[in-house]
Design a protein around this ligand. Sequence first.
Ligand code: IMP
Ligand code: MG
Length: 183
Amino acid sequence: MQNDIKEVLISEEEIKEMIKELGRKIDKDYKGKNLLLVSVLKGSIVFMADLMRAINLPCQIDFMAVSSYGAGTTSSGAVKILKDLDTDLEGFDVLIIEDILDSGKTLSYILKILKSRKPASLKICTLFDKPKRRKVKLKADYFGCVVPDEFIVGYGLDYAEIYRNLPFVAVLKENIYNENETN
Ligand code: IMP
Ligand code: MG
């Protein structure tokens, strides 16, 4: 796995700092609220696990899964619910936890569905943001950092379901992406 890496873009230390800062902001904004963290599987699980421990407020967690991408690196545009939430959102201040905001198609779809369930409030927290790639008008309420328009892996992010367990964020060597795309 280490042999496939071209460059480390964001180190473990940098990620840790970003999450600490996000936790501080969320603590301030959600004091006295009924916070529910909704993690969008699978990419956000590593972020979710670290972020929830950086939050010093009582909160609940839930998970949902949608399909957006195939094995490749570009959005298919088709989004489907694979696993729905267990929680009734009414009365909850819902914070959606995402790994990366890219075209925005996935999140705008999720927002539409969750909004219709009448939460007390609904906001987005993404660790990484690629604003240049946006196809729909959407801004994250909280984000860790902007990343360049490159396909990144690690810290939950996959390429063809691999590399999620890298503790940092990296770009893969060109031949890894090319091999799969021509298959
Ligand atoms: P969107 O619908 O285009 O915003 O795509 C969002 C989803 O695509 C994210 O939750 C990721 O699962 C995936 N994604 C987008 N960019 C990357 C990337 O650079 N690396 C890995 N996954 C990505
Ligand atoms: Mg994802």
